[in-house]
Design a protein around this ligand. Structure first.
Ligand code: ADP
Length: 510
């Protein structure tokens, strides 16, 4: 038998699909990536063509194997990670979607959600009362899959009846990719993992099973839902006539943010990571109890390594972080490339007394004020472009502190080190400011591709390619640590200023 040398991750994201091959030390060997179309049928609506995604997935698999001259016989297993919440419904017999994939960002069910919030017993505030939070750990929001499935079944004639008979299948993108890669209409396995299922509004956060009351309320037939499995588990095998050209176990499945938590080796209670992209997503491992948040965070399944077991996470999502840097670049034209923000921000010692609250589309965690809008406060004639750029980077750090404070309160754990990843962590000034504003050490890993790595880890563990999470912990290597250098009094004084600025931005469109 050929020696197994690699684990493959398929990372199906919002804008592109990537295939990455990792070696036994968890280091990237080769990869391939392709974008797919973003479809905007109406303002606020976002769709993807699920067939295009499947086609790109096959292309990048072939591309990565070719680039790295990988013999498929040397691949131990395959893991999948995905854009979360995006919803596909397809015909079991043909593999044809009955509607475009409705993307997580799509707001088409906003009105339904507003009505839902007003139904006695279901509605809730950010302090966490309400049935939805009790059953699922989530909030009522168009973001999650449940109302998107309902929308498809409400709008495609005859679909609900077919779904009830098991002729239609629902999946998030993980399920769609795994079903296709294991044979599609010819025996494809219909599964998901707890981390993805926990974003549907349909999984009970305590039992890790589909919640009949939620499914009944949303009028979603249970027959169309995939089986919920651990994140690290042999779900099935690829086919010889598929893009891998061999039978390889498909053995890992994690939603992208949970995959990053796993890839960052946050295996202990209180370990946390923050991903800096368009927005920021902070997740903290809270162990085996799904403690509900009292401070505006979500409780979500982190990962599961065995049937019936789950490690939970608290999650704080921030809508606009790297996107504010893009806004300076594209709308104000203050520089040409996002990394130039560091060069300009370094030209001044501080923000000159201003704060920028980039609440372009409201404030998410921990405020959940959708009526907030962006504000720059404290302006004087002294202020130059460099101050505004620096204040934009600071706003990323302050928003992260807001979420971290909520996490510390909810978990009762005081974080001492924050692991970071994502596109913007290459900005050293941003990372130093982050450490100063939090008063904790910020640790940036050598391998920044933590999402794909997390999926690979889950897949490798399931087949014994790696023996334990302890072994994986040893792979994690720090590229650079940023220690908090700011004096505590100054830190608190500046944070007070930020809180005041947030108050100015709140409630703007009310
Ligand atoms: P996503 O996965 O959300 O598309 P990435 O992880 O690729 O995002 O990160 C890109 C984001 O990070 C962009 O919003 C960009 O403006 C920002 N960004 C990238 N590099 C830097 C940098 N050096 N300094 C500040 N922001 C940056």
């Amino acid at each position: 038998m050929t020696e197994k040398k690699y684990v493959v991750a398929i990372d199906q994201g919002t804008t592109s699909t990537r295939c990455m091959v990792f070696d036994s030390k968890g280091l990237p060997v080769c990869s391939d990536q392709m974008e797919h179309a973003q479809i905007y049928p109406k303002p606020g609506w976002v769709e993807h063509d699920a067939m295009e995604i499947w086609s790109r997935t096959q292309d990048v698999i072939r591309g990565a194997l070719k680039k790295g001259k990988i013999n498929p016989e040397e691949i131990a297993s395959i893991g999948v990670t995905n854009q979360r919440e995006t919803t596909v419904v397809w015909e079991k017999a043909t593999g044809k979607p009955i509607y475009n994939a409705i993307v997580w960002q799509c707001m088409r069910t906003q009105e339904f959600c507003e009505e839902w919030k007003n139904i006695p017993g279901w509605g809730q505030d950010i302090t966490g009362c309400g049935k939805v939070k009790d059953h699922t750990g989530l909030l009522i929001s168009p973001y999650f899959s449940g109302t998107k499935i309902k929308w498809i079944l409400d709008h495609v004639p005859g679909s609900r009846e077919k779904a009830a008979k098991g002729e239609l299948l629902f999946g998030n993108i993980d399920t769609w990719v795994i079903w296709n890669i294991t044979g599609g209409p010819n025996g494809g396995v219909h599964v998901t993992d707890v981390s993805n299922a926990s974003r549907t509004l349909l999984m009970n956060i305590e039992t890790l099973k589909w919640d009949e009351e939620m499914a009944k309320f949303l009028d979603v037939p249970l027959a169309m839902l995939p089986q919920i499995k651990p994140s690290s588990f042999v779900y099935g095998s690829t086919k010889k006539d598929g893009p891998f050209g061999a039978e390889i176990p498909v053995a890992g499945d994690l939603g992208d943010q949970q995959a990053a938590l796993f890839g960052q080796a946050c295996f202990g209670k209180g370990d946390a990571k923050n991903t800096y992209g368009t927005g920021c997503f902070m997740l903290m491992n809270i162990g085996e109890t799904p403690t509900p948040s009292k401070n505006g965070l979500l409780t979500t399944a982190g990962y599961s390594l065995a049937e019936g077991k789950c490690t939970y996470a608290l999650e704080g999502s921030i809508a606009i972080t790297g996107a504010a840097v893009q806004w300076l670049r594209d709308n104000l034209r203050l520089f040409d490339d996002a990394p130039d923000s560091e060069y300009f921000a370094r030209k001044v010692d501080d923000c000159g007394g201003i704060y920028f609250v980039p609440a372009f589309s409201g404030l998410y965690a921990p405020y959940w004020d959708m009526s907030a809008r962006g504000a720059i406060v404290g302006l004087t004639r002294y202020i130059r472009k460099e101050h505004i750029i620096r204040a934009t980077l600071e706003s990323i750090c302050y928003q992260t502190r807001d979420v971290l404070e909520a996490m510390n309160k909810d978990s009762g754990v005081e974080l001492s080190v924050l692991k970071v990843d994502g596109g913007a962590v290459k900005n050293n000034l941003l990372m130093q400011m982050q450490a100063d504003i939090l008063g904790v050490t910020v640790d940036r890993p050598v391998v920044n591709e933590t999402t794909a790595l997390g999926a690979a880890y889950a897949a490798g563990l399931a087949v014994g390619f790696w023996k334990s999470t302890d072994e994986l912990k040893h792979h994690w290597a720090s590229d650079r640590q940023f220690d908090a250098l700011m004096e505590a009094g100054k830190r608190e004084c500046q944070y007070k200023g930020w809180k005041k600025a947030v108050e100015k931005a709140k409630g703007w469109t009310e």
